[in-house]
Design a protein around this ligand. Structure first.
Ligand SMILES: CC(C)(COP(=O)(O)OP(=O)(O)OC[C@H]1O[C@@H](n2cnc3c(N)ncnc32)[C@H](O)[C@@H]1OP(=O)(O)O)[C@@H](O)C(=O)NCCC(=O)NCCS
Length: 145
């Protein structure tokens, strides 16, 4: 078995976004604002894309400083727990910091908050609801220079 982390296009993220994050939702909901200016990475195992993550230049809510927002973080169920999510975030933020330094953040589903915590993120503020998706919390990671 060979696995690797690679840059992919926005279009390539969408089947896994759809399957994992927005099952049954229309294709247009798999296109996120600014997808064309974002970094998109994928994990490939035996020539199959099995996990994706995207990185957008967007300040932390209620701030103006440069930061990187992670969206569309998804690993296919059968490939979870093997460190692919961690490798995607680490590789994406490494690439991102070469473009613009700044912290990383995301609106984490509360079910995934523990995952971001394992990666060093800390919760910022209270839980809030995103309609049709569920409870979320902002998670932030200060990235070292
Ligand atoms: C959350 C998700 C992306 C994790 O992907 P993954 O490839 O399984 O993650 P990893 O194997 O790299 O896990 C990294 C660490 O986080 C832990 N972890 C993974 N998912 C977790 C969760 N939901 N809660 C708590 N810890 C979790 C792992 O045990 C691992 O810990 P370790 O470093 O001590 O070994 C994946 O479960 C997923 O796609 N979930 C559904 C979609 C989702 O919720 N996406 C996030 C939306 S905000």
């Amino acid at each position: 078995m060979s696995d690797r982390i690679v840059s992919i296009s926005a279009a390539e993220t969408r089947p896994i976004r759809g399957a994992v994050l927005r099952p049954g939702q229309p294709a247009e909901r798999l296109i996120y604002p600014d997808d064309n200016n974002a970094l998109h990475l994928g994990a490939i195992i035996d020539d199959q894309l099995v996990a994706v993550a995207s990185f957008y230049q967007q300040p932390i809510p209620d701030t103006t400083a440069q930061a990187w927002r992670i969206r569309g973080m998804a690993t296919l169920p059968e490939n979870r727990g093997n460190g692919l999510g961690r490798r995607l975030v680490e590789a994406g933020l490494k690439q991102a910091q070469r473009i613009q330094q700044g912290p990383a953040w995301c609106n984490a589903r509360t079910t995934a908050a523990g995952y971001y915590q394992r990666l060093g993120f800390q919760q910022l503020g209270d839980t809030f609801d995103i309609p049709d998706i569920g409870p979320h919390v902002v998670m932030v990671l200060e990235v070292a220079d």
